[in-house]
Design a binder for this molecule. Structure first.
Ligand SMILES: Nc1nc2c(ncn2[C@@H]2O[C@H](COP(=O)(O)OP(=O)(O)O[C@H]3O[C@H](CO)[C@@H](O)[C@H](O)[C@@H]3O)[C@@H](O)[C@H]2O)c(=O)[nH]1
Ligand SMILES: [Mg+2]
Length: 197
């Protein structure tokens, strides 16, 4: 499908907040499918790119997950120490270099091969964030450090090793409700046979 960029003209941008991440309000002139120009106002949160990874140990048939506090979840009134796949911001690194670094910092696993799967927008209605998804096979011998996150960034990360079927069942029970984690656990179920071969 052609992507008609000429149908969109940015007519103005105002920075609403410029803290950890910039929040902007845009005015855009958008030509709709009937050919009429609409002046729209849209707010966008400029999150930088990120990466996440499924760590699967085929010998023990388990996945390596992390649990940490997420303020946004807390503010919504949900249980806020949430279970996720290891993930982090690219910080200007290549996605694979970044996910190797994050996997080590958060879980203590040194990755051998990391396979790129796909990338995904996590909230395209308002947020620029794009997340690069990876998978890697790990073995108990690859755990060369404790993980737990960086002390200087006050990361307080618990490492969990959970049988794949149990982790996947936690989607249905509502214990796992982070979208990148749900996607990667479902990818693992679909590909387990190939991963163990
Ligand atoms: N000072 C300050 N530090 C912050 C702020 N927001 C985050 N940080 C710090 O920035 C670091 C980010 O850690 P990463 O491991 O690089 O990122 P992440 O938070 O795990 O992000 C991943 O998960 C998010 C939630 O699902 C995703 O939004 C993100 O794309 C990525 O996948 C953490 O040390 C965190 O405390 C802030 O507003 N102020
Ligand atoms: Mg992280």
């Amino acid at each position: 499908m052609t992507q008609p960029k000429s149908r969109v003209k940015i007519a103005g941008e105002e920075t609403l907040s410029n803290g950890w991440t910039r929040l902007s309000s845009y005015l855009l002139d958008y030509i709709d499918r009937k050919g009429a120009t609409q002046r729209l106002k849209r707010e966008v949160y400029h999150r930088t790119p990120a990466a996440c990874i499924l760590l699967y140990d085929p010998k023990r048939d388990l996945v390596v997950l992390v649990r940490q506090f997420r303020l946004a979840v807390h503010l919504n009134g949900d249980p806020a120490w949430i279970i996720e796949v290891p993930a982090g911001l690219l910080d200007d690194d290549h996605p694979e270099a970044a996910i190797r670094r994050e996997a080590m910092e958060e879980t203590g696993y040194r990755l051998r091969d990391a396979r790129f799967l796909f990338k995904s927008y996590t909230s395209p209605g308002a947020v620029t964030e794009v997340v690069h998804f990876f998978a890697a096979l790990v073995d108990i011998a690859d755990r060369v450090a404790e993980g737990g996150g960086l002390d200087e960034e006050h990361e307080d990360i618990e490492v969990l090793e959970i049988p794949l079927d149990e982790a996947a069942a936690m989607i249905e029970t509502g214990e796992v409700f982070d979208v990148k984690t749900i996607v990667l656990l479902q990818w693992a179920l679909l590909n387990r046979a190939k991963l163990t071969a």
